[in-house]
Design a binder for this molecule. Structure first.
Ligand SMILES: [Zn+2]
Length: 302
């Protein structure tokens, strides 16, 4: 069994309906065969309930953060841990042994269909022995971790990563770009429409994100601030087609244009190809502090 007791890292005994820690005698239920080491989080229940079956498709290449993973995971090496796996991603599942953890029952049920093992577990108390994984990955997860819990999560990540192993993440960032700065002028709306619905309760700037990884001993291979001040057209609608439109005529006009573009999926995709190209330019010339996200790859010293 790949799991150990998250509290004391003792060996677990399979009692069919529970896992029993032979050291501290704590019991963890097996729900439909999935070990449950922590409380489920109702906020995430029902949100990502299908595996992402793409693994290097055209769609992945149009989404900058997905392209990063596709490029950097072309070589399959050892066990992979997907932190906050949602319904799982076929690209990660191609690893010789993919393990996912999450806090949503429906997500874990989906991820189980493509991963070797899944469990409900706290990112800050991982149920694995030291140096278990050659790869530890997450996408759109660390921005959901409260600031005061982040150091524990990174320490655990470092602990379970094998020496010489790699860790890759897309981390949502607190962009200082004009659109975000405008959004934050209205804290209630910002919480209601931008950070709240997505659960982005622990955003840091791209620079703070990199500094935190380095403090934990990770050796940087790639630190790429991205999504600098630009949004996909559907995101513009998602974030701003609400009371925000009364705050700025320019914004309202942009929302109207983006709303029109999203009426047809084909046109929306075309528009987002244009946005993707603009992002490639923007991410080269706009200030890195504007980044709404950070793509990182670190190594643990061999
Ligand atoms: Zn124990």
């Amino acid at each position: 069994m790949i799991f150990v007791c998250p509290s004391c890292r003792g060996k677990l005994i399979d009692e069919v309906e529970n896992l029993l820690c032979e050291d501290c005698l704590e019991r963890f239920p097996l729900v439909d065969g999935i070990p449950v080491f922590c409380e489920m989080d109702s906020f995430y229940e029902g949100k990502w309930t299908e595996p992402d079956e793409s693994a290097g498709s055209l769609r992945n290449w149009l989404v900058k953060k997905q392209r990063f993973f596709v490029r950097r995971l072309s070589v399959k090496e050892g066990r992979l841990l997907d932190l906050g796996c949602g319904g799982g991603w076929r690209l990660f599942a191609a690893s010789p042994m993919a393990v996912g953890i999450d806090v949503s029952r429906s997500s874990l049920a989906a991820a189980r269909s493509i991963y070797h093992r899944v469990a409900a577990a706290d990112l800050g108390q991982l149920p694995f022995p030291d140096e278990t994984f050659a790869l530890v990955v997450s996408s759109d997860v660390l921005g959901h971790v409260p600031l005061q819990a982040k150091d524990r999560v990174l320490a655990e990540m470092y602990r379970v990563l094998a020496r010489g192993g790699r860790t890759l993440h897309y981390v949502e960032a607190d962009g200082q770009d004009p659109v975000n700065r405008f959004g934050r002028r209205y804290p209630d709306l910002y919480e209601k429409y931008i950070t709240g619905p997505e659960g982005h309760i622990g955003l840091e700037t791209a620079g703070e994100t990199a500094a935190r990884f380095r403090r934990h001993g990770f050796v940087p291979a790639r630190e790429i601030p991205c999504y600098r001040g630009l949004l996909y057209v559907n995101r513009v609608v998602q974030y701003f087609d609400n009371e925000y439109r009364q705050k700025s005529r320019l914004l309202s006009a942009s929302v109207a244009v983006c709303g029109t573009l999203t009426r047809s999926k084909a046109i929306e995709n075309l528009a987002n190809v244009a946005v993707t190209l603009a992002m490639e330019v923007g991410d080269r010339i706009l200030p890195s502090g504007w980044a709404g996200g950070m793509l990182v790859e670190y190594r643990k010293e061999p």
